[in-house]
Design a protein around this ligand. Structure first.
Ligand SMILES: [Ca+2]
Length: 523
């Protein structure tokens, strides 16, 4: 009551003050109680700024990091002290999910607050695809931007750019800016896709106009060697695909020519992105800011800096996990230096589950040394099993989120509504979104996560979670033939080893009907 009374008496709010004074003048407990009851909603809303400071938000989205890849999730070999420290001081979630087991849809869901499988076009995109977002679409960064946050996007984008037929030599729009980011420094798609250049605020960085860039995903452009015709030039051999243009000794998906001086150096990418992220914090430390840092680590090609190469105990894949941990450390050090920890919500997660051989013969398979990227879960990247979408998820806000472990179910799709609530921003037509406001769960005051959750795989097949049960519908969208359905009891069998659909037909039917209802919701 003392805190509320203090809020009620704040001099800067005349309306509150009048009410407060009247209450105190009457002096009766009953009158006060009635007043509080009558005005409780208004009073608590107005008290909000004092009791709940509007924090900065740093969302670190790593790439292809599995449920079992970090020390705090049970990994023994890769050393991840910064991420583990975050988990130890903050809240570690054991049943948090990406929207999809592949990255484009997963990222779309975070920024849009919508299940990406509702859109057939929200699948793994080529590097010259059009932007997935519509003009003026409500997005997480736009909501925060409108609330006065400085918004920045650093790292992997992979959500399309332009409206088709991008001219890489001019202004590249629409892009992150039109989605709600004031500033951006991005890889257009992925590190294994052309064009292998950074784009800063809509322009290719370091482009020489005399050496224009051309990109195609359909036919060879220019005369750069490719992985298929000049494999002897590769510093990393292929295991599958990735036989397009060779850039920096690594052949990629797709073809590009030109932009020689603008091409990135893989081994410097982690430091480049960390530098851009920390510069954004330096620039905006005095105002509320939202930083979306989407690391390229630990996606292929795994090309660690010399500081990390051959440094881990489980091959190059673990080298880049340790490099990722260094990046997290850089961000945390910068926040510390500006004394922002008490006023910053730091989130760390991954866009989908792990993969060991993802097209390059980089020794990851041979050197695992017993490391299990999915932990005890079945499947990984691309998969509909838990290893595909159950990902590390850590929330740290010094002094605000109690340290601990939560088994509440949450989805990255919930970030839009949840972070809007953290920032005190209204989501217009909030019920139109798949995103749920799980602020209380994130803040550690509730264990009531989602009651239902839909997971999706690389070809947009979907599964539904409800409590202990998970039903997988293995029918491919658009396919005329119905696929198999599998049911797992995740409480008894978290590794999804035994399909119990035949033993629990009523549960399977009920969940199938529920999944169909959620799919049919016309968002
Ligand atoms: Ca990914």
């Amino acid at each position: 009551m003392d805190r509320e009374r203090a809020a009620q008496m704040r001099p800067e709010d005349g309306k509150m003050n009048t009410r407060g004074r009247r209450g105190f003048l009457k002096g009766s407990a009953a009158a006060m109680a009635a007043l509080w009851a009558h005005n409780s909603g208004v009073l608590s809303a107005l008290a909000e700024p004092e009791t709940k400071p509007r924090p900065n938000i740093v969302l670190i989205l790593s790439d292809d990091v599995g449920y079992g890849d970090l020390g705090c999730y049970g990994a023994r070999l890769p050393r991840t002290p910064h991420i583990d420290g975050l988990a130890q001081k903050g809240r570690r979630f054991t049943d948090a999910h990406s929207d999809s087991s592949v990255c484009t849809p997963s990222r779309y869901a975070i920024l849009s607050g919508m299940y990406a499988w509702r859109r057939r076009d929200a699948q793994i995109l080529p590097g010259d695809a059009a932007l997935l977002f519509a003009d003026r679409q409500v997005t997480l960064p736009r909501l925060l931007q409108q609330a006065g946050y400085a918004t920045g996007c650093v790292g992997k984008w992979h959500l399309g750019l332009g409206r088709g037929a991008i001219d890489w030599n001019g202004e590249i729009e629409p892009g992150p800016r039109e989605v709600g980011f004031d500033e951006s420094f991005i890889l257009p798609a992925t590190a294994d896709r052309v064009p292998c250049v950074y784009v800063e605020n809509g322009r290719v960085v370091g482009l020489d106009p005399k050496d224009p860039i051309h990109v195609s995903y359909k036919k060879l452009v220019g005369d750069d060697p490719t992985g298929s015709d000049a494999p002897y030039l590769l510093k990393m051999k292929l295991s599958e695909g990735h036989d397009g243009t060779i850039v920096d000794g690594v052949s990629r998906i797709g073809f590009m020519s030109g932009g020689k001086k603008a091409r990135w150096v893989d081994e410097e990418m982690a430091a480049t992105l960390a530098g851009k992220a920390t510069a954004f914090i330096d620039k905006h430390h005095a105002q509320p800011f939202f930083l979306y840092l989407a690391t390229s680590d630990i996606h292929v090609p795994r090309m660690p800096n010399g500081k990390f190469a051959d440094h881990s105990r489980c091959g190059v894949r673990c080298d880049v996990i340790e490099q990722l941990d260094w990046t997290v450390g850089q961000v945390l050090d910068t926040l510390e230096r500006h004394k922002l920890m008490e006023n910053t919500l730091v989130l760390f997660t991954s866009d989908n589950g792990p993969v060991v051989d993802d097209g390059y013969a980089d020794g990851s398979v041979e050197n695992l040394n017993g490391h299990t990227p999915s932990g005890k879960l079945r499947g990984g990247k691309y998969s509909l099993y838990e290893g595909g979408t159950r990902v590390p998820f850590i929330a740290y806000w010094k002094g605000q989120i109690p340290a601990g472990v939560s088994s509440a179910v949450l989805s990255q799709t919930d970030m839009l509504a949840t972070l809007a609530a953290v920032a005190g921003v209204d989501v217009p037509h909030a019920t139109d979104f798949d995103s749920q406001n799980l602020r209380a769960v994130l803040m550690g005051v509730s264990e009531q996560g989602r009651t239902t959750l839909v997971e999706a795989d690389a070809v947009q097949r979907t599964a539904i979670r409800e409590g202990r049960w998970k039903l997988l519908d293995l029918t491919r969208p658009g396919s005329a033939t119905q696929g198999k359905r599998e049911l797992y009891d995740l409480e008894a069998d978290p590794g999804e080893t035994r399909d119990v659909a035949a033993e629990n037909p009523a549960v399977a039917e009920r969940l199938m009907a529920l999944l169909n209802r959620i799919r049919a919701r016309n968002n």
